[in-house]
Design a protein around this ligand. Structure first.
Ligand SMILES: [Mn+2]
Length: 261
């Protein structure tokens, strides 16, 4: 049976859209986005807020142990961040979204992730307990995979290193049953794996991806914005088609845009 949750978010024609990625339990960064969202909403009368996945699973170091390569210090507040996200989503229905990241997928059918703990999927569920784990799995199961804005931008968690022939292929993706996915070579990964794990993407592949999206939405889509990786200056672009926004960790606070007051 197919998953009934839509895998594609389609944004309205007008209004501001705020995008942020890979918070990995960084609650102050989430609250900053919330503040910007509320301000933009008050000014414009509407606003869309999009996270590109990996809300959860943060570093487990004390301030003393914190390595330089992880950027500005923060404490992992993954569960509190999810609670704040759900509250915001309930308060503003249809305006707050999060794409599925590989870290959320690890709770609903993907391979368990070993970034900051040997098995941080099991670690997180053990920490929050079975009742909260069930709620969070239900939340993650409903996360979409890509978002499309009529202004010409498409959003995904990782680089869209997939050969897409129709958007229906994305709608048909199932999250369950990928626990043993081979993460070592992209070639062996299914479409879902590539959408959640690819760090880069050849120009021809992203151009083809954008052609398919443009043809099916009768739009002119020229850019894919994604996250999943560290860009020390906050963002990085590859050619004209790919814009990567950095993860929260691995980056000093002044390099996060817009800058904190
Ligand atoms: Mn990721």
């Amino acid at each position: 049976m197919g998953d009934p949750s839509p895998k594609i978010v389609r944004f309205p024609e007008t209004g501001p859209l705020l995008v942020c990625t890979d918070l990995h339990g960084n609650l102050p960064d989430f609250l900053r986005m919330k503040e910007l969202f509320l301000a933009a909403r008050a000014e414009a009368g509407c606003c869309q807020l999009l996270f590109l996945g990996d809300l959860v699973h943060g570093p487990a170091f004390t301030r003393e142990e914190w390595p330089d390569y992880l950027g500005s210090f923060y404490v992992d507040h993954s569960a509190a961040l999810l609670e704040a996200f759900m509250t915001l989503q309930e308060t503003f229905p249809g305006e707050v979204h999060c794409l599925l990241g590989n870290h959320e997928h690890s709770h609903v059918g993907g391979p368990h992730t070993p970034k900051f703990w040997l098995d941080e999927t099991a670690h997180f569920e053990q920490k929050v307990g079975p009742i909260a784990s069930r709620r969070y799995r239900a939340l993650f199961s409903g996360f979409p995979l890509i978002a499309i804005s009529p202004c010409g931008v498409v959003f995904s968690h990782a680089a869209p290193n997939i050969s897409l022939t129709s958007l229906e292929e994305i709608e048909a993706i199932e999250y369950l049953g990928h626990e043993r996915m081979n993460l070592l070579t992209l070639e062996t990964m299914p479409m879902l794996g590539r959408l959640l794990w690819a760090r880069r993407c050849p120009t021809k592949v992203v151009q083809r991806f954008l052609e398919v999206v443009s043809a099916e939405t009768k739009g002119e889509h020229g850019v894919v914005v994604y996250g999943h990786d560290i860009a020390p200056s906050g963002f990085e672009h590859f050619g004209a088609e790919l814009l990567m926004l950095s993860t929260s960790f691995g980056l000093d606070d002044p390099c996060k845009t817009p800058a904190r007051p």
